[in-house]
Design a protein around this ligand. Structure first.
Ligand code: NAD
Length: 268
């Protein structure tokens, strides 16, 4: 593991000390589940130019390009399993130490790991909406075409179905964004895991948290443009670092139970 044990301990103590904790996750947290991120070497954008394959404008002009890329991506998304980093966040929530996960990911892995409070900033690959009559389609209804790299057609009007993911140049869901901004500005600690922080408005959330007085922990295998605002940087793979942090936190919390006779919760 990259991050040293004293840094892991420091992160665990910050978790112990914090009341409201929020996680912000990006593509990096799912790399160990077999879903490549976009910008790392070998990432999706080295194979597909986002201007051609993933802008809202390009989708409207020629949806076949997006669905061509989806034939590559969807089998990975469907076969991926939550990894130890997703599980660690779900466990933190159960321990009362993660108010919500704000994710840029569309892969549904936080929910599958057991996190109950998940805000999907960029939507989900699990549903799609007809651009003609706005009927929402389930994954089962779009899956066959998606796997063949063909445009899924609306079961009602035959229109083009767009996945419910936010493409470049497309607005984010306003209520999800508002709630994410609130959570960021009101938390005491933000865990920023596997985020390149190059895509806005998600990239602004750590700064909102910082401005609201929160401490910030980054977990990443590489540096990001926002490293200077982090209070602690855990360099390493999320799937190795996060379980170690949660185990270290549990050891601290157990010692407190022995000392004070109760599990310290966010309310005390
Ligand atoms: P990004 O590709 O820009 O950055 C990924 C970050 O994760 C990088 O900083 C990289 O260093 C780090 N990383 C890679 N492997 C890691 C690991 N094992 N542990 C910890 N960190 C690791 O992605 P982004 O900034 O998160 O977002 C770009 C957009 O791509 C998002 O909007 C998201 O919607 C979309 N996306 C989603 C998925 C998914 O749902 N799994 C996958 C690819 C892209």
């Amino acid at each position: 593991m990259g991050a040293k044990s004293d840094i892991i301990e420091q992160a665990a103590r910050m978790i112990d000390a914090a009341g409201k904790i929020v996680a912000l996750t990006g593509a990096g947290i799912s790399v160990e589940s077999g879903i490549p991120d976009f910008r790392s070497p070998g990432g999706l954008w080295t194979r597909y130019d986002p201007v051609v394959y993933a802008t809202f404008e390009s989708f409207i002009n020629d949806p076949s390009k997006f669905w061509e890329m989806a034939a590559d991506l969807h089998p990975l998304l469907e076969n991926a399993e939550p990894n130890p980093a997703h599980m660690a966040l779900a466990e933190l929530e159960k321990l009362g130490k993660c108010e919500a996960v704000i994710t840029q990911n569309i892969d549904n892995l936080h929910q599958r790991a057991g996190s109950g409070q998940v805000l999907e900033l960029h939507g989900t690959f699990r549903t799609g909406t007809c651009l003609g009559c706005r009927k929402q389609h389930t994954y089962e209804q779009i899956k066959e075409s998606a796997f063949r790299g063909e445009i899924p057609r609306c079961v009602i009007c035959g229109g083009v179905v767009k996945p419910d993911v936010v493409l470049f140049g497309e607005p984010l869901n306003a209520s999800v964004l508002q709630r994410s901004n609130e959570l960021a500005s009101q938390c005491d600690l933000m865990l920023v895991i596997g985020c390149g922080l190059e895509v806005y408005p998600a990239a602004s959330l750590p700064s909102y948290a910082k401005r609201g007085g929160a401490r910030i922990i980054f977990v990443n295998i590489a540096s990001t443009p926002y490293d200077p605002i982090a209070d602690l940087i855990l360099l390493g793979k999320a799937g190795e670092v996060m379980p170690a942090v949660v185990e270290a936190y549990k050891r601290i919390a157990e010692k407190e139970v022995k000392r004070f006779g109760r599990w310290k919760s966010k309310d005390n």
